[in-house]
Design a protein around this ligand. Structure first.
Ligand SMILES: Nc1ncnc2c1ncn2[C@@H]1O[C@H](COP(=O)(O)OP(=O)(O)OP(=O)(O)O)[C@@H](O)[C@H]1O
Ligand SMILES: [Mg+2]
Length: 349
């Protein structure tokens, strides 16, 4: 079942923390809400779950306007940011909590608990208490608990934040599998980790300072970010202040060929070039400068080059003969690998 935010605004004591959010999550889609701390991600989730009341705007689940419904009547499964399990209840009773509260018949509760624990790989732990589980296992129980209510919509708030990198990537794969097994359930997934968003999401909604900054598939946001915030938050980016000319832009003395769209000559804009698309040596668009820093990262070298007073980052496949600090170097990139960002925020939901 889909989720739709229609101009949803949330304010605390006059402070707007979610500003007229318009966003649609399609049925069966995984939408990541990606943004820095305090940008309003949890607030958006709470508005869907019914734990916070919008000052204005409506929330829809499918065709149903649920804005005035209490949380327990919305048919939602939620894993909150601090996935508090009930410490005094065994795993199975934690998972049974939702269906019991909904007065589901006892035999069916047993089936649902078994199924949810099975799906999350926790069947063997049904009789344990949360304190007898690792962080990752507790995480799975929290997800099982959300699944046991047979939700149409699953809200996950930083569900992997407590895990180390290795467990996290394992759980990411598990979540992807879970989604394949529940193809009709829409998932709204809050994270500030771009790898999680890029890995799991069909589309990403980028939030900053209470507002939606951009929404699109990971590829769209990566290849053609709508604004500087999105460019720097989804992947690494060189963001260079340039002046628009005819058929290109200039950075200091360097003339750069790039699609300028409708930008007017003389205007200032920002050129976005991904570091891994910058090469060393001569090429179509060339930048000359001196090496400020060089970092060896195993399979790559990262070069930080001073070009006309700006720092340009290039991620290169490991170099046999890397330049040293202070060496003059030439960098290049293809015109089609650069995107010109002009002022103004583009966002659609
Ligand atoms: N109950 C509340 N009363 C007052 N202000 C609140 C309340 N809940 C959240 N806020 C404020 O609303 C803003 C958005 O909070 P929110 O929890 O949505 O951020 P977030 O994007 O989830 O951040 P994080 O990544 O740190 O979890 C913050 O500035 C926060 O201080
Ligand atoms: Mg949060």
């Amino acid at each position: 079942m889909g989720i739709r935010f229609d101009g949803v605004t949330v304010a605390y004591g006059g402070d707007v923390v979610l500003d007229a959010l318009d966003l649609t999550v399609r049925p069966g889609e995984v939408m990541a809400l990606l943004g820095p701390s305090g940008s309003g991600k949890t607030t958006a989730l709470r508005a869907v779950a019914g734990f916070v009341r919008p000052a204005s705007g409506r929330v829809f689940l499918g065709d149903r306007d649920v804005t005035d419904l209490p949380p327990h009547r919305r048919g939602i499964g939620m894993v909150v940011q601090q996935y508090a399990l009930f410490p005094h209840l065994k795993v199975a009773d934690n998972v049974a909590f939702g269906p019991r509260a909904h007065k589901v018949p006892r035999a069916e509760i047993r089936d649902r608990v078994a199924e949810a624990l099975e799906m999350t790989g926790m069947a063997a732990y049904a009789g344990r208490h949360p304190r007898e589980l690792s962080g990752g296992q507790q995480q799975r129980v929290a997800i099982a608990r959300a699944l046991a209510v047979r939700p149409d919509v699953l809200l996950l708030d930083e569900p992997l934040s407590a895990l180390d990198a290795q467990l996290r990537s394992g759980m990411l794969a598990e979540l992807a599998r879970l989604h394949r097994e529940l193809p009709d359930v829409s998932i709204l997934y809050v994270t500030h980790d771009q790898v999680e968003a890029l890995t799991l999401a069909d589309r990403i909604a980028v939030m900053d300072r209470a507002r939606l900054q951009a929404c699109g598939t990971p590829q769209e946001l990566y290849r053609a970010p709508a604004n500087e915030f999105t460019a720097s938050f989804v992947g690494n980016a060189n963001l260079l202040p340039v002046t628009v000319g005819a058929g290109g832009v200039s950075l200091g003395d360097a003339e750069i060929k790039v699609d300028t769209g409708g930008a007017l000559p003389g205007a200032t804009a920002t050129l976005c070039v991904r570091p891994h698309l910058v090469g060393l040596g001569d090429g179509p668009n060339r930048l000359t400068g001196t090496v400020g820093e060089i970092q060896w990262r195993g399979s790559t070298h990262r070069l930080l080059v001073n070009v006309a007073g700006h720092r340009v980052m290039a991620d290169l496949r490991e170099l046999r003969d890397p330049p040293a600090h202070g060496d003059p170097v030439t960098l290049h990139f293809a015109p089609e690998d650069a995107v010109l960002l002009t002022a103004g925020v583009g966002a659609d939901g």
